[in-house]
Ligand binder design. Structure first.
Ligand code: ADP
Ligand code: MG
Length: 329
C-alpha cells in the first residue's frame, strides 16, 4: 500500500515464538491485500481489473469484492464525495506512477479524465463479479484499503485471543482494550502543518478503546506544488475534478471500524464542515469527526461533532503518523 504499519499488543503470555508466528501471519495477510488492491503492483487483481477494458464482468476474490461493495455504499451515502474511480484524475494532477506534470492540466484534459470516472459506472453483479459500464473505468482504493487492512489485522489478533492492542497502517488506527498503563490508548492527531513529517506537534490527543477506529485525511503530507506555487492535495473533489480546497487541512474520523473511518475521512476533506457536519448528523449518527481548518493567517481552527471524544491531557501519545514518505497510492 506504499506505507508502513505498526502493531502493539499488550500480552505478557506471548512467547518469542508466538510473536514471530503472529508477525508472519500479519505479513502474509497484508501481502494478500496488496495482491488484491495495490495499484502499484501490475500483478494485483485491481491492476488486472483496470487493464480489463471491457464490460464483461470479472471474477474477483472475496476480500476485494467486500471492499468494493463498501466503497460503493459509502460513495452513495456521501453523495459521491467518496468515489473509488478517480484514478485518471489522480494521475492527471500528478499523483500517479507517472509523476508530476506542471500542475496545470487544461480544462479539456480535466473534462476528458472526468468522462472516464464515476462510481455509478461500476457495479457488482448478483453472482459477485465486478462490472464496468465504461470500458475505460478504473478502480482506486487508496482512500479505503488501509482502513480495511487495519480491520483485518484486528480480526486476526482477536482470533488469537488478544484483547488489548493498537493496530496502525499508514496513520489509520484501531484500538482494543487498554494500553500498558491500563488506560485507553492515546492517539495524537498531528497539527496539519504542510511539509514532510515534522515535529509540528499534536492538535489533539484522542482516547481510543473498545474496538473503535480513527482515520485522518488531509492535504499536509501528500501534496505537490504547481509551478505557480499552489499546493495541490492528493484528494480530488469529484464534482469539479480538481484537488480539494485547502480550507480543510485535515479531518479525523472516529468510527466503529477503520474502513468506514478511512473512507469518510477522505469524503469529509472534500465536503468540508459546511456540508460534512450536516451529512454526519443526518446519515452517520454513530460516527464522530474533528475538522482542522486553515485560517488565512496560517493558524488552525477546529470544529467537531458534539460526540467527538474529548482530548486527554497532552504528552506520551502514540504517534498517529498520517501520510507516508513512500509513493502515493
Ligand atoms: P491517506 O492515504 O493520506 O490516508 P486518504 O485515505 O484520504 O489519504 O486517501 C487518498 C487517496 O484516495 C488518494 O491518493 C487517491 O488515490 C484516492 N482519492 C483521491 N480523492 C478521492 C475521493 N474523492 N474519493 C475516494 N478516493 C480518493
Ligand atoms: Mg481515506
Amino acid at each position: 500500500m506504499g506505507t508502513t504499519y505498526s502493531i502493539q499488543v499488550v500480552d505478557t503470555r506471548l512467547s518469542p515464538a508466538e510473536r514471530r508466528e503472529w508477525h508472519e501471519e500479519i505479513d502474509a495477510l497484508l501481502e494478500d491485500l496488496n495482491r488484491q488492491m495495490s495499484v502499484h503492483r501490475p500483478d494485483s487483481e485491481i491492476s488486472a481489473f483496470n487493464r480489463h477494458a471491457s464490460m464483461e464482468p470479472m471474477e474477483v476474490s472475496a476480500g476485494f469484492r467486500h471492499v468494493v461493495a463498501r466503497a460503493l455504499e459509502l460513495a452513495e451515502r456521501t453523495g459521491g464525495a467518496f468515489d473509488p474511480t478517480l484514478g485518471p484524475l489522480v494521475r492527471l494532477w500528478g499523483f500517479g506512477p507517472d509523476g508530476p506534470g506542471d500542475g496545470h492540466p487544461t480544462p479539456e484534459a480535466i473534462a476528458d479524465a472526468r468522462r472516464k470516472t464515476g462510481y455509478r459506472h461500476l457495479s457488482l453483479t448478483e453472482d459477485g463479479r465486478l462490472m464496468k459500464h465504461l470500458p475505460e473505468l478504473e478502480l482506486d482504493l487508496g482512500g479505503i484499503a488501509k482502513g480495511y487492512g487495519v480491520d483485518r489485522v484486528a480480526d486476526l489478533l482477536r482470533a488469537h485471543g488478544a484483547t488489548r492492542f493498537l493496530v496502525e497502517i499508514g496513520g489509520e488506527v484501531l484500538a482494543e482494550g487498554t494500553n500498558v498503563r491500563g488506560e485507553p490508548w492515546r492517539i495524537g492527531v498531528q497539527r496539519p502543518v504542510v511539509g514532510p513529517a515534522t515535529d509540528a506537534g499534536f492538535q489533539s490527543i484522542v482516547p481510543l478503546t473498545d474496538g473503535r477506529a480513527l482515520a485522518t485525511s488531509g492535504d499536509y503530507r501528500q501534496f505537490r506544488h504547481a509551478t505557480d506555487g499552489r499546493i495541490l492535495s492528493h484528494i480530488i473533489a469529484p464534482r469539479t475534478g480538481e484537488p480539494a480546497g485547502m480550507a480543510t487541512a485535515s479531518v479525523t474520523v472516529w468510527a466503529g471500524d477503520a474502513l468506514t473511518a478511512d473512507a469518510l475521512a477522505t469524503a469529509l476533506v472534500v465536503l468540508g464542515p459546511g456540508e460534512g457536519l450536516p451529512l454526519l448528523a443526518a446519515s452517520f449518527p454513530e460516527v464522530e469527526a474533528l475538522f482542522i481548518l486553515r485560517r488565512a493567517d496560517g493558524a488552525f481552527d477546529t470544529t467537531a461533532t458534539p460526540g467527538f471524544p474529548a482530548p486527554t491531557s497532552a504528552g506520551g501519545a502514540a504517534r498517529h503518523e498520517h501520510g507516508c514518505p513512500a509513493p502515493p497510492h
